[in-house]
Design a protein around this ligand. Structure first.
Ligand code: ADE
Length: 246
């Protein structure tokens, strides 16, 4: 059996996916609702991880241990870090790093102690498939989203980026902090709060992980306004579109 996990952190990011699985079987484990069912004929389990690295690690472990998933696909939003990554763009993860991991001077900064690893890889096959799906998903989404709901974003020209995603237990909402992160991790494209923790668990278990994040804000002084606006109108529509194309 090959079961795929479909994961987002927040309801706003997965609502449209869950709406398409109304008659599926729900199981509650560790306070989370796991929806076991089907997506385009595939055996899937959909779940909200909740926010943060511990919540993500608990969810990944449960998916693997209790639900026997063989692959995990995460869809959600992130803050743009690199200067060319704008609100409305899409980032397909190729690597993950925990930006708040720091056991120095015992271990190098950002290295996960006793693993020798600083970055965890996304699964190349799943990530290739996500990268191929992403531009079509954007077109599909725009076809159903009236222009007056585009939040004044140039969505038809949104870009798909691929590369490093940084995770940490902080909602980055100050330009100064974003600049510090960019200085410390110049290759990081986006920042969020879950996927590098999930990647560590997936690495331990040998389970492939891929993630796609739409950019909801620039992780700057306006993030607290941009983030809620984006997740209310666009995030979940994009998740369903990209999972349909995938
Ligand atoms: N997810 C979306 N925007 C974010 C931000 N600015 N910081 C952390 N996680 C995020």
């Amino acid at each position: 059996m090959s079961r795929i996990a479909l994961v987002s952190a927040m309801h706003e990011e997965l609502a449209a996916v869950l709406a398409r699985m109304p008659n599926e079987h729900k199981t509650v484990v560790a306070g989370r609702e796991f929806w076991v069912g089907h997506w385009h004929g595939h055996d899937v389990v959909a779940v909200l991880s909740r926010i943060g690295k511990v919540a993500a690690a608990t969810t990944a472990t449960t998916l693997i241990e209790r639900f026997g998933v063989s692959r995990i696909v995460f869809t959600g939003v992130a803050g743009g870090l690199a200067p060319h990554v704008n609100v409305g763009d899409v980032v397909v993860a190729r690597e993950f790093i925990q930006h708040d991991m720091d056991a120095s001077p015992l271990f190098p900064r950002h290295e996960v102690p006793l693993t020798g690893m600083t970055r965890f890889l996304a699964d190349p096959v799943l990530s290739d498939a996500l990268a191929a799906a992403a531009p079509f998903a954007m077109q599909d989404m725009l076809a159903t989203l009236p222009p007056n709901e585009w939040l004044n974003l140039d969505l038809p020209n949104a870009k798909v980026h691929q590369g490093l995603i940084a995770s940490g237990d902080r909602f980055v909402s100050q330009t100064l902090e974003s600049q510090t992160l960019q200085r410390d991790l110049p290759h990081a494209l986006a920042v969020e709060m879950e996927c590098a923790a999930m990647a560590q668990v997936c690495h331990d278990y040998g389970v492939p992980l891929a993630a796609v994040r739409t950019i909801s804000d620039r992780a700057d002084d306006a993030a607290h306004v941009d983030f809620p606006r984006f997740i209310q109108s666009i995030a979940s529509r994009y998740s369903v579109a990209v999972l349909d194309r995938l």
